[in-house]
Ligand binder design. Structure first.
Ligand SMILES: C[S@@+](CC[C@H](N)C(=O)[O-])C[C@H]1O[C@@H](n2cnc3c(N)ncnc32)[C@H](O)[C@@H]1O
Length: 247
């Protein structure tokens, strides 16, 4: 059974999860790519923002305006409680619709969202909604777990069991290490890479790059940070870069 992200206990444990591997090997390369493409004087939509960890990192990286949206009221409450302003706002949404006009944003991101959406049609609705609210020429970045490295034990998490082959759309257990709690077990949906591409293309996006992120892509989270975690040569995450054609 899929994890219910609107449950308070789920949002509490996800918030307490130490996301240093995601930060170093996923969020930082994503933010660097976004800044390279657009600079910082932009408005960014963070779709499926959770407790706002990535929105806050975007803001800390100098992005002018960040809007986080999520279906879980508890997540939006947590994100807002951690600090919001006119330039860092959080909005609760119904699945697949956002209350913003066409062409509102310069760029959009979604991090670890697809794996939490079990219906293919819903993936398409979300992608179409991002397309609608992006300006022509705007870019959409999807960061997610790499479906090609399930079963690998990473320093802070494991997606799926070793030796099990997951099919497109299968439920897949995920084990997150939460300090002071132990393992937080959730159920994700395994999507193969073509499913991401199909959702993007069906919405009208051009796919610029699909990249399995690994040690070569890492960026330090803060100056003087200790050595990065050893990933044993595996790429834990995948980053899709797509763009909305100019009108
Ligand atoms: C694994 S968390 C990731 C949160 C954040 N992006 C991050 O990387 O820290 C997935 C989030 O997606 C949200 N979510 C799940 N289905 C959604 C949907 N259909 N529309 C919007 N948000 C959704 C959940 O409530 C949860 O906050």
């Amino acid at each position: 059974m899929k994890t219910d992200w609107t449950e308070d206990q789920v949002s509490r444990l996800f918030d307490a999860y130490d996301d240093r591997v995601e930060a170093r090997f996923g969020y930082q390369p994503l933010i660097a790519a976004l800044k390279d493409a657009h600079g910082t004087a932009i408005s960014v939509l963070d779709y499926g923002c959770g407790g706002g960890k990535v929105s806050r990192r975007l803001k800390a990286a100098g992005i002018a305006r960040v809007t986080g949206v999520d279906i879980a009221p508890t997540m939006i409450e947590k994100a807002t409680a951690a600090g919001s302003s006119d330039d860092l706002r959080y909005v609760h949404i119904d699945s697949g619709t956002v209350p913003f006009a066409d062409a509102s944003f310069d760029a959009a991101i979604c991090c670890f969202l697809f794996i939490n959406v079990p219906e293919r049609a819903e993936l398409r609705r979300i992608t179409a909604e991002v397309f609608r609210t992006l300006k022509p020429g705007g870019r959409f970045y999807i960061l997610d777990t790499n479906p090609r490295t399930t079963g690998v034990r990473y320093p802070t998490f494991q997606n799926g069991h070793p030796g099990v082959v997951y099919g497109d759309g299968d439920a897949r257990p995920v084990f997150l290490d939460v300090p002071g709690h132990g393992t937080f077990d959730i159920i994700d949906t395994h999507w193969d890479l073509p499913t991401y591409r199909d959702a993007l293309i069906s919405a009208g996006f051009a796919i610029d790059e699909t990249r399995e992120l690994s040690v070569a892509d890492t960026l330090p989270v803060s100056p003087g940070e200790e050595q990065p975690d050893d990933l044993g040569g595996h790429a834990p995450f995948v980053l899709f870069k797509a763009s909305k054609p100019q009108a």
